[in-house]
Design a binder for this molecule. Structure first.
Ligand code: ATP
Ligand code: LTN
Length: 329
């Protein structure tokens, strides 16, 4: 039996990078008939950097609404908020006792997010131990993520093996699932940087809720490479290769098919039609999102998801505590 688990932090507005690398995979994974799916909102992870309480509250609901709007089906998947299943915080602490300072110091996400800041929370540093707990609590076999999370899933594997070797077989060792195309969508103003909400240039990313005209403008302005060919070649043409990946993700077409269509045509038509492919995919997601985000339906999906999740998480936590020697009645 396969178990898929993943989550997107409610720490800012979601951009199409998160959709391409993560969310679209969640929807695809549900097609596997012998699988169980857990898609949660890692709100405890979001507070590793300062969050305005009102915004955190709204964004947490928004991320869950994106899951549903994009096609995660609450009948096939448990959709829940991390903070509503207390086993996450508890196993997170136990995993911190297994993680070494040295290995946490090597996490590139920590280095990137702490660089140049003087008030860095200790939770930002220990965050990968909590992420390991998120995954191990459900005995997940597969974790669909973008490329930037590979290192954290590898650490989770190390911690699971370390724990199992010391205390007996408690945890399943998970594998990351990383798409070949779309696992690392780059910034529209600089193909050397990941598309990210932390970029101060708002034209560097397309948000899931951007209006059609905004999407058209942002993609028209996206940087390209010097010759005028639509060609997939990350070495020589990183900017156009990035746009080709976005095109492929949103149209569902293979990259060679798209390259062929625009052969000898320059960038004009390519960028226009790219924008229309993105708009066509996002419009129904945006509509469903607006219907559900402040609804009672969402509240009941999240309550039901948390109950289903807690039943499994509590059992794993109990096994882990028992194995470590805690008194468990
Ligand atoms: P940001 O960089 O915008 O702060 P993040 O990567 O820290 O975002 P999330 O929003 O929680 O955090 O990311 C959710 C998921 O989306 C993760 O699996 C991540 O790997 C993936 N993801 C985020 N940005 C991209 C991107 N530009 N391309 C592909 N996948 C991405
Ligand atoms: N660290 C991830 C979010 C995250 C996650 C998880 C992803 C927290 N716990 C468990 C997959 C599985 C991020 O920064 N995007």
């Amino acid at each position: 039996m396969k178990r898929f688990l993943s989550g997107i932090k409610p720490s800012g507005e979601l951009n199409i990078g998160g959709y391409a690398g993560a969310l679209r995979q969640y929807v695809a994974m549900q097609q596997e008939s012998d699988a169980e799916n857990f898609y949660f909102v890692p709100d405890l992870h979001a507070v590793t950097v300062p969050q305005d309480p009102k915004e955190l509250h709204q964004r947490s609901k928004e991320i869950a609404a994106y899951y549903i709007a994009a096609g995660v089906d609450p009948k096939k998947s448990a959709i829940f908020l991390q903070s509503q299943v207390s086993a996450h915080a508890e196993l997170g602490w136990l995993m911190e006792t297994q993680a070494y300072f040295g290995e946490l110091s090597r996490m590139t996400q920590f280095k990137d997010k702490s660089e140049g800041k003087d008030a860095v929370s200790s939770a930002l540093f220990t965050y990968p131990a909590l992420m390991a707990a998120d995954i191990l609590l459900y005995q997940a076999t597969h974790v669909p993520v973008g490329e930037d999370q590979k290192q954290h899933v590898e650490l989770t594997r190390d911690l699971a093996n370390r724990f199992n070797n010391k205390f007996g077989d408690v945890f399943t060792v998970p594998e990351p699932i990383i798409q070949e195309v779309g696992c690392r969508i780059m910034s529209l103003d600089d193909p050397g940087k990941k598309m990210s909400k932390s970029n101060p240039n708002k034209s560097s990313y397309v948000l899931m809720l951007d209006e059609p005209d905004t999407i058209r403008k942002k993609l028209a302005r996206a940087v390209t490479d010097s010759d005028m060919q639509v060609r997939y070649d990350w070495e020589a043409k990183p900017a156009v290769s990035n746009l080709l990946e976005i095109y492929s993700v949103f149209s569902g077409e293979e990259i060679p098919v798209i390259e062929k269509r625009y052969e000898g045509q320059g960038y004009g038509a390519f960028k226009k039609e790219l924008a229309e492919a993105v708009i066509a995919k996002l419009t129904p997601i945006q509509e469903r999102f607006r219907e559900i985000v402040d609804s009672e339906e969402l509240v009941s999906i999240l309550k039901d998801g948390a109950e289903r999740a807690a039943a499994i998480a509590d059992e794993t936590l109990r096994k882990a505590k028992q194995a470590m020697g805690f008194v468990v009645f």
